[in-house]
Design a binder for this molecule. Structure first.
Ligand code: G6P
Length: 611
């Protein structure tokens, strides 16, 4: 989720690039950089932190040249630092990259053996080296870029300039967005439209495998088969704010709809299907250590705590290690019992939540091994933990967490499979079955998003409700809790999430004809499904309004409920991920219909760094 801009034309490029990056800062903001070409030589400026740090450096010593590329970074490989900031350069070649090179370690080793010296910890730097090597072997820039791409496994939006062909920009992409901006005597490339709007509204969306050559006068595009193609320009009439949100009204909506991509990024490079296991970069727990774990303690707050609840179900069933899920704010003040054979997992989108960080430190001080499942590389938790597993969801701007939750669930499922294999609880074949289910998630999430029209109708019906009850059993209990939290966060309607079995012990007293009860009831796991049908009957018998989230092929519950929201059927440990999607949409639409500030709900903060 980095932001890329490229400019070639009749103006000085640095100011154009900086203002383009400013418009893309929502895509990542831990470091930024520019490479400017003056027709002969490259000048590179980079700075850690927000874009204003780069702006400061550019203002002091402006790089001169009418060709340039810029980047704002959301780190995935290598912590935020000046060295890890893009552009990366090698022997007169400068690149900016968005995406992940899965085989970067192998490529780095091969290049090092040929005498290449690397100056960053990033995967992206590999591109500069591969292209420089191809050019040294006599290739033109276009062919060198194609040659580099052929060696890389992963995803990319890549923009390149070089001193060796100092009159052009080359851009190519696969599975990452890239858009070309067309104008008089100048042309642009960017990862998203907001960077272009100040200069042009005529854009071409590049397709996977496309390679574009930009000069001030023209843009040529070649498809994956290297055939020249014409892609019709589109006229964009978005306002700059609309553009930042990709046409969505709010970041929350955009982030809900980004989830197929986000979960795919969490999976990328991690599923080793033929071996029936999972690869986590930097995994440093020995098999003996994992065999010896007697307990996993999950520490988290808010939405991350709910993913921990589902994670307990996943890790226990896949590895048979007992799991406790603790509210971080309670754990740290409880004189907790921690052994050297415990693994403490801090789950956090931001990696900065004070209570979670302090709880993890507490567990570490008492001898536990520590791990964080986190979305922000370089954050406090990733610096503190023995092991970091990144969720790779990209920046989450909406205060109410959405894609962070579903990517955490994927991370926990993968972790469960890894632990299950290391402890020989899962056979290779069983692990392979789970991995097959996991790789279906992006497609299933995409399908679950089709529930939006049905959800919107229900939102309209209950927009003025005073209270909501959410029920779920087994792993769906955490989904019910998360559904209730989402609704109260953004709509300000009082909502409670309950385990279905607990309904009789209190919440049943609340049920009357005004109370909407959202029942999360996919068919898997069966043991939860059979029981939750009973809860639906109990609510109906007392006149309550049932909104059931059910599998699309469930004829039985369709008849029992007042309203149904259907999701694609899935396996037991996937179902919590899929069932969460319509509940996020419900919260969003109710809040939006009530005219609330969806992205910045009252009294809440994205990152709670105080007690
Ligand atoms: C705040 C946010 C929530 C988030 C919680 C934990 O309350 O508003 O959306 O779930 O913090 O944040 P973390 O970054 O640790 O996941």
């Amino acid at each position: 989720m980095c932001g890329i801009v490229g400019y070639i034309g009749d103006k000085q490029s640095a100011p154009v690039l900086v203002s383009g990056l400013r418009r893309l800062e929502y895509r990542g903001y831990d470091s930024a950089g520019l490479a400017v070409l003056d027709g002969k030589k490259l000048s590179v400026v980079r700075a850690t932190g927000k874009l204003k740090n780069l702006e400061g450096r550019v203002a002091t010593d402006p790089p001169q040249g009418k060709i340039g590329i810029g980047h704002t970074r959301w780190a995935t490989h290598g912590r935020p630092s000046d060295e890890n900031a893009h552009p990366h350069t090698y022997e007169g070649v400068a690149v900016v990259h968005n995406g992940i090179i899965e085989n970067h370690l192998v490529l780095k080793e091969q290049l090092k053996a040929k005498g290449h010296a690397f100056s960053s910890e990033t995967d992206s730097e590999v591109f500069a080296h591969l292209i420089a090597a191809e050019m040294k072997a006599g290739k033109r820039l276009v062919d060198a870029v194609r040659g580099a791409i052929r060696q890389v496994k992963g995803t990319y939006a890549l923009v390149v300039v070089t001193e060796h062909e100092a009159d052009r920009i080359v851009a190519t992409k696969d599975s990452q967005p890239m858009v070309l901006g067309l104008s008089q005597a100048q042309n642009f490339v960017a990862s998203d439209i907001p960077a272009l709007l100040e200069h042009t509204r005529d854009v071409v969306f590049m397709e996977d495998g496309d390679l574009a050559v930009l000069t001030p006068e023209k843009v040529e595009i070649f498809d994956a088969a290297n055939k020249a193609v014409t892609r019709a320009p589109r006229r964009i009439d978005w306002t700059p704010t609309m553009a930042e949100k990709g046409g969505h009204r709010h970041f929350m909506h955009k982030e809900i709809f980004e989830q197929p991509r986000a979960v795919a990024d969490t999976l990328r490079g991690r599923v080793l299907r033929s071996e029936g296991t999972v690869h986590f970069e930097g995994w440093n727990f020995t098999p003996e250590q994992v065999q010896a774990f007697t307990k996993v303690t999950i520490l988290a707050c808010g939405t991350s705590y709910h993913s921990g609840m589902a994670g307990k179900w996943m890790i226990e069933s896949l590895s048979r290690i007992p799991v406790e899920v603790e509210l971080a704010s309670e754990f740290r003040y409880r004189d907790p019992i921690v052994e050297k054979t415990h693994l403490a997992i801090a789950i956090s989108q931001s990696g900065e939540t004070l209570d979670t960080l302090a709880a993890m430190k507490e567990a570490k001080a008492r001898g536990a091994a520590t791990m964080t499942l986190c979305n922000v590389i370089g954050s406090a938790m990733t610096r503190e933990a023995d092991l970091t597993v990144l969720t790779n969801a990209g920046p989450e701007i909406g205060v109410a967490s959405t894609k962070a939750f579903t990517t955490q669930l994927i991370g926990l499922y993968l972790l469960g499979v890894k632990l299950g294999r290391l402890r020989n609880h899962l056979t290779v074949q069983q692990a392979q079955e789970h991995l097959t289910h996991i790789t279906e998630v992006p497609k299933l999430v995409e399908e679950a998003l089709h529930s939006e029209a049905a959800v919107k109708k229900i939102a309209r019906t209950y927009v003025n409700a005073q209270d909501f009850l959410f029920l779920g059993r087994g792993p769906m209990h955490s989904v019910a809790m998360e559904g209730a939290l989402k609704l109260k966060e953004v709509s300000y309607i009082h909502a409670e999430g309950y385990a279905g079995g607990e309904m009789k012990h209190g919440p049943i007293a609340l049920i009357d004809e005004k109370l909407p009860v959202v029942v999360v009831a996919p068919k898997e796991p069966k043991v939860s499904y059979e029981k939750i049908a009973g809860n639906i009957e109990e609510v109906r018998a007392r006149g309550g309004q049932v909104i059931a989230v059910i599998d699309a092929d469930d004829k039985h519950l369709t008849q029992l409920a007042d309203h149904v929201i259907t999701i694609p059927p899935s396996s037991a440990l996937i179902a919590p991920i899929i069932a969460t999607i319509p509940l996020q949409l419900l919260a969003y639409h109710v809040a939006e219909m009530r005219g609330n500030d969806v992205d910045q709900p009252r009294n809440l903060a994205k990152s709670v760094t105080v007690e």
